[in-house]
Write a protein that binds this ligand. Structure first.
Ligand code: ATP
Length: 585
């Protein structure tokens, strides 16, 4: 803060110095050129002006030096704060917001703020004070000329009110459109294979072009609004100055005004012209920064709804016992829609592996998200080891549960960092031991053949892996976390039959003793489970062993696509949801 104040003082002093130069000029004209002073005073005057100019340049340089570090620091800490908040915001928030909007808010908007703090705010204050001081000088030279000059401020002030509203709205629109455009670029780059494979490059380009065109139109509208206002800000003082010149010459000829005072008046007015124009530009910059700041605080003010309680509790017997009682859930961005999870009851006993089987869209993945509170159940209770998940410290809860999602997300870092993402130090074991075990269980030995082994950079900026390879690393990551409860969303779906067999064999030994809830579409995955829960329309319709369910549930036979006999047409029709959502796995 002290450096910011020093920077402001330097800028102010630089303006005072610059304002002094016309005074010196006035003195030179009044004393030397009119023959009242010695010729040597010319050299003195020139030297003073040169020194003042050099001093002004030094102060401007110092202003930059003082403000760079604190403003860059503020920008970084705001960005950090935003990133931290984004991590705390619920998944439902991220479902609603386009990634480009968040990107533009954390990058472009905050850069605007830094530039405004480092330059705009200081220069706005300095220019305003300079104009006030300059006007005082002008009044001291000639109050009549100063009043004529000042008359131009009245229409400018009136116009400024309208400009403020129009320019602010245009700024907001252009920043939002830039965010949407960033989302489009992000999606197009992310989905480049699909776009190319379907030969839709032309359409993607057309869509982008239309959006870019809209942004261009907004930018032009914004620039025109600013240009219109600036034309007034620049032209009116010139007009009033012309009137002033006419009056000034008449006053001088009449002997009411000294030539030196006239010269000082116009030198000050010429100097102020730059500052008056600057204030117009800075006003535009301030409005743009204000909208950028509004956009920033829209995210910061979004409440992190999934938080730890004031007094989190710790379970007495942490064994991985999951109980769901009458659980319901609706997606927040689909209000009024039917519950995706609808009065569901389910128990996974300590050490048990429970398979979750159901048709497409029956709500399996959604249910898994409720366990580590990625979404909050809208009704009923999810309990882990006798405590409602809302009673836990959120971080402690998520440390106790490890999840492997359906789409295996990997980060741009090494295999080691990706796999050990959720791993905690374990007594008597090194990180290498944990890594080796997890890779072995997930049958991910292929990583040793990568160019740098487990240090190979993967993810978006590194080596691309196949779907099955990614899935095995995501599984290894969940295993390495050594959780009390393992939550797996169809973790073997992308594997070939042989690899699946190998992973299943190794996984069985790991799952023994670890409570697991695993979404399964294939009989081979179901084989890992002690019991199977059949999910339909957001409810658990039946629980039993694989063979029990095969024997008594046509719907189960349909969704699991297993059994000696394929299901009959009547059986399929009996399963109600086949026409709308069922899709044999
Ligand atoms: N983020 C979301 N916002 C709104 N609705 C969603 C969201 N995610 C899923 N849904 C809806 O919730 C329902 C259940 O989806 P879910 O992914 O849980 O099904 P699933 O049983 O896991 O299906 P699958 O076996 O195909 O993975 C679907 O109708 C889906 O459209």
């Amino acid at each position: 803060m002290a450096r910011l104040v020093l920077g402001g003082l330097c800028a102010l002093l630089a303006s005072v110095v610059a304002l002094t130069i016309p005074r010196v000029l006035g003195w030179l004209v009044n004393t030397v050129l009119t023959g009242e002073g010695a010729a040597s005073a010319v050299w003195l005057g020139v030297a003073i002006v040169a020194l003042l100019g050099a001093f002004e340049a030094l102060l401007i340089w110092l202003r930059r030096v003082f403000v760079i570090s604190p403003t860059a620091g503020i920008e970084t800490s705001l960005r950090l704060n935003l990133f931290r908040h984004l991590q705390q915001l619920p998944v439902a928030f991220h479902d609603r917001w386009g990634s480009g909007q968040l990107l533009s808010r954390s990058m472009g908007d905050l850069s605007l703020l830094r530039r405004w703090m480092a330059f705009g705010s200081i220069m706005l204050v300095v220019s305003s004070l300079t104009v006030i001081a300059g006007l005082a000088f002008m009044f001291s030279s000639s109050w009549i000329l100063a009043l004529i000059y000042l008359a131009g401020a009245i229409p400018i002030t009136i116009r400024a009110f309208k400009f403020r509203t129009v320019f602010r709205d245009a700024s907001r629109l252009s920043q939002d459109q830039a965010g949407d455009l960033a989302t489009t670029v992000e999606e197009a780059v992310h989905g480049i294979r699909v776009i190319k494979a379907f030969g839709r490059g032309r359409e993607a380009l057309d869509g982008f072009h239309a959006q870019a065109q809209k942004l261009r139109d907004t930018e032009i509208h914004k620039a025109r609004t600013l240009a219109g206002f600036m034309a007034l800000v620049v032209a009116l003082p010139e007009v009033t100055l012309g009137l002033g010149l006419f009056t000034g010459l008449w006053l001088t000829a009449d002997g009411q005004l000294l030539v030196g005072d006239l010269a000082a008046f116009f030198a000050t007015a010429a100097f102020l012209a730059g500052h008056v124009e600057g204030i117009g530009m800075l006003l535009g910059m301030t409005l743009t920064t204000k909208t950028a700041l509004d956009r920033h605080y829209e995210v910061i003010d979004s409440p992190a709804t999934i938080t730890s309680p004031d007094h989190p509790r710790v379970p007495e017997n942490p064994a991985g016992h999951l109980v769901m009682r009458d659980v319901s859930f609706t997606y927040p961005d689909a209000p009024g829609a039917a519950n995706v999870v609808d009065g569901l009851d389910l128990e996974v006993r300590p050490g048990e592996t429970m398979a979750l089987v159901g048709g497409t869209g029956s709500g399996k993945s959604t249910l898994l998200h409720l366990v580590p509170r990625l979404y909050e159940a809208t009704g009923g209770a999810v309990e882990l080891d006798g405590l409602d998940v809302r009673e836990y410290d959120v971080e402690a809860l998520r440390t106790a549960i490890a999840v492997a999602f359906e789409d295996s997300i990997l980060f741009s870092s090494s295999v080691r960092e990706n796999v050990l993402l959720g791993a905690r130090p374990q007594p008597g074991r090194t990180a290498d031991d944990q890594l080796a075990e997890a890779l072995d269980v997930a049958q991910a030995q292929f990583v040793h053949d990568l160019p740098d082994g487990v240090e190979t950079l993967i993810g978006e900026e590194g080596l691309s892996l196949s779907g099955g390879q990614r899935q095995r690393l995501a599984l290894a990551r969940a295993i390495a976390a050594k959780p009390r409860l393992l939550v797996l969303d169809d973790p073997l779906s992308a594997l070939d039959v042989r690899t699946e067999e190998a992973v299943t064999a190794r996984l069985r030994s790991v799952l023994e003793g670890t409570s697991t809830l695993i979404v399964a579409h294939r009989p081979s995955t179901v084989m890992l489970a002690d019991r199977v829960a059949l999910m339909e329309h957001g409810r658990i319709k039946d629980v039993g062993t694989h063979s029990e369910l095969l024997a008594r549930s046509a719907h189960y036979r349909f969704v699991i696509a297993a059994g000696d006999e394929p299901p009959s047409v009547e059986e399929v029709l009996d399963t109600e949801d086949t026409a709308t959502e069922g899709d044999p796995a």
